[in-house]
Design a protein around this ligand. Structure first.
Ligand SMILES: *Cc1c(COP(=O)(O)O)cnc(C)c1O
Length: 450
């Protein structure tokens, strides 16, 4: 099919995610034919640096020889089979490796097939555990303002991003929304590198007042990604762990975006020395090849469900593609690559590059802050630096930035006024340098326009 043909059929039949389709009248979707490492290659042969890891899923670049081989080898055995009553080597290997690597006592792996599904699993698991453990009053969930945990109704109910949530408010379950950390506009006038997270007082107050009705607190550790890569200090997690222990409330860590090395450690919780009761993982788990997610939990929670069939305590949750062998084989290979190629060690020089760029970007009159955690960095564009006032959303500066960056050969998909970098963990340094140069040029252009 030629390029125009692909686009014509797309416009005729396809409905894209998170998109106002009318925008495609002026900027049609871009047809991709191949991937090569950190590059996407269009059906016209143009090369685009994938600086957002294709929505945060890609870890080691596209068309990766080891992942390709793992996929091919598994496909020649079996692509998929039912996971109830059956099991397979890639799933048990993956479960074993994840439990070895996970913090604390996380020793059980429940499989699902996308991030939102893992969040649904975590919420239902926590709720049902308390139902069966003599605390049936614990029926509600606590989440942070600006949180993002996915877009199925349960996950959306614990999300705080108004943009995604507002329309559906009347059909969402009611929980407690707690003011989350907002370090760039810190109401206490502190800096995230030095503070003791006094903003945690909101969480303390909510749990003190309502812990008897609360099953779990769910948060995105260290980086509230969809909120615009809002970064908070590890002390917040330490306090949360202690508070949850104190009130017998589960701590659910949604590391769907930040797990698998993004923060510089394998799991974000490692920065705080904390371990959740339930850990949700997805996105990078297969290196960005296939959908897969897991919820890890403790034997304690597992045993809250373990009994004679007639007690009806089983966790009756399932997805058709639970534990998909192709995806599990890829995930095992991802774990191998981390171990054998010292991926985390390789982050150092790349993190240094982002750090070095920070002074330059922050000196720009329309950059409020450039923040970074691991190999994730974000530039918050502001209309007024003094007032930390963002550009009105109607101006769509981020979207215009996105268009400019594409013209220059980089995929930098914004979150409102925030431009962020979440490149593959092994992005070549010269390519990362190119991304930073492109971002600078776009920034100059976009902030100069009215
Ligand atoms: C992307 C994301 C999800 C949802 O995952 P999907 O696979 O898109 O359903 C949940 N939580 C966080 C933190 C995410 O970034």
């Amino acid at each position: 099919m030629n390029y125009e043909e692909i686009i014509r059929l797309d416009r005729e039949h396809v409905w894209h995610p998170c998109t106002q389709e009318k925008d495609h009248e002026r900027l049609p979707p871009i047809a991709i034919e191949r991937g090569e490492g950190s590059y996407l290659v269009t059906a016209r042969g143009e090369r685009i640096i994938d600086a957002v890891s294709s929505w945060w899923v890609n870890l080691f670049g596209h068309n990766h020889p080891r992942l390709n081989r793992a996929l091919l080898e598994q496909s020649q055995r079996i692509a998929h089979h039912i996971f109830a009553g059956f099991t397979h080597e890639p799933a048990v290997k993956l479960a074993h490796r994840l439990c070895e690597r996970a913090p604390g006592k996380l020793n059980r792996v429940f499989f699902a097939d996308n991030g939102s599904a893992a969040v649904e699993v975590a919420l239902k698991m926590s709720f049902q555990y308390w139902q069966q453990s003599g605390k049936p009053g614990k029926t509600r969930f606590v989440s942070l303002t600006e949180a993002y945990h996915g877009e199925t109704l349960g996950a959306l109910a614990v999300s705080g991003c108004e943009l995604y949530r507002k329309t559906y408010q009347p059909i969402l379950m009611q929980g407690f929304s707690v003011q989350g950390p907002d370090c760039y506009r810190c109401p206490y006038g502190l800096h995230r590198d030095q503070c003791d997270a006094p903003c945690f007082e909101h969480m303390e107050r909510t749990l003190a007042a309502h812990h008897r009705e609360i099953a779990a607190v769910i948060i995105e550790p260290l980086i509230q990604a969809a909120a615009g890569m809002r970064i908070h200090p590890p002390i917040y997690l330490k306090k949360l762990r202690a508070l949850c222990d104190h009130y017998q409330v589960h701590y659910i860590a949604d590391e769907i975006a930040v797990g698998f090395g993004r923060t510089g450690r394998f799991f974000a919780n490692e920065h705080a020395g904390t371990a959740p009761d339930i850990l949700c993982l997805s996105k990078g788990i297969t290196g960005g090849y296939l959908p897969l997610s897991v919820a890890l939990t403790t034997d304690e929670i597992y045993h809250g469900f373990y009994d004679d069939y007639t007690t009806l305590k089983a966790f009756l949750h399932s997805h058709s593609y639970t534990g998909n062998p192709l995806a599990c084989a890829l995930a095992v290979e991802v774990m191998n690559i981390f171990d054998e190629e010292d991926i985390l060690g390789g982050l150092e020089p790349r993190m240094d590059m982002l750090e070095a760029a920070r002074a330059r970007f922050e000196a720009h009159p329309h950059v409020g802050e450039m923040r970074r955690c691991g190999l994730v960095a974000a530039i918050e564009m502001v209309e007024s630096k003094e007032e930390k006032r963002g550009y009105p959303w109607q101006q769509r500066r981020g979207y215009r930035f996105y268009q400019e960056a594409l013209k220059r050969g980089a995929l930098l998909r914004p979150l409102g006024n925030v431009i962020y970098f979440m490149p593959p963990l092994n992005i070549p340094q010269d390519v990362l340098a190119r991304v930073l140069d492109i971002a600078w040029d776009c920034l100059e252009d976009i902030t100069r326009e009215s």
